[in-house]
Design a protein around this ligand. Structure first.
Ligand code: HEC
Length: 143
């Protein structure tokens, strides 16, 4: 058990390189107002960090988790294809920044499928690093 846990942690550490990020989590929480129409950030024990809608998946713990991994959420084919083609991928701050900037372009780039479509009809064009830092601050499994 212990060995496999360390192996898992080692894999995670490799998959989530410690890139220096300059996002400000506090500013990011305000910027997240643009996301909360569709996303909540709710801990597994039911604590609301940000109350939000259900059009998109709960983003608690998103840093360090695989794409399209929320059980019971009906993801689109594009992001499922992303997960399938990148079985070792976990979200980190850099990939979240790229994704929220243009989710459709992100899926096309990282599936290699020009027809990949996203169900997220929103693009954030500023302060992405702050939002990523805010999400990382509510991702206990990170690193
Ligand atoms: C209009 C609704 C809407 C808004 C606003 C929105 N999203 Fe989304 N988001 C979605 C939907 C729907 C999905 C599922 C995407 C799919 O299935 O293709 C999604 C997926 C995601 C994912 C992937 C989650 C996973 O489980 O892999 C992330 C990360 C994300 N959104 C971040 C954000 C952030 C950060 C913001 C604010 C900057 C935001 N979203 C704003 C609707 C939205």
């Amino acid at each position: 058990m212990r060995i496999s846990l360390y192996a898992t942690l080692a894999t995670l550490a490799l998959a989530v390189p410690a890139v220096a990020q300059d996002g400000d989590a506090e500013k990011g929480q305000k910027e997240f107002n643009k996301c909360k129409a569709c996303h909540m950030v709710q801990a597994p024990d039911g604590t609301d960090i940000v109350k939000g809608g259900k059009t998109g998946p709960n983003l608690y713990g998103i840093v360090g988790s695989k794409p399209a991994a929320e059980e019971g959420f009906k993801y689109g084919e594009g992001i499922l294809e992303l997960a399938e083609k990148n079985p070792d991928m976990v979200w980190d701050e850099a990939s979240l920044i790229e994704y929220m900037t243009d989710p459709g372009a992100y899926l096309k780039a990282h599936t290699g499928d020009d027809k990949a479509k996203t169900k997220m009809t929103f693009k954030l064009n500023k302060n992405q690093a702050d939002v990523a830092a805010f999400l990382a601050a509510h991702s206990p499994d990170e690193g």
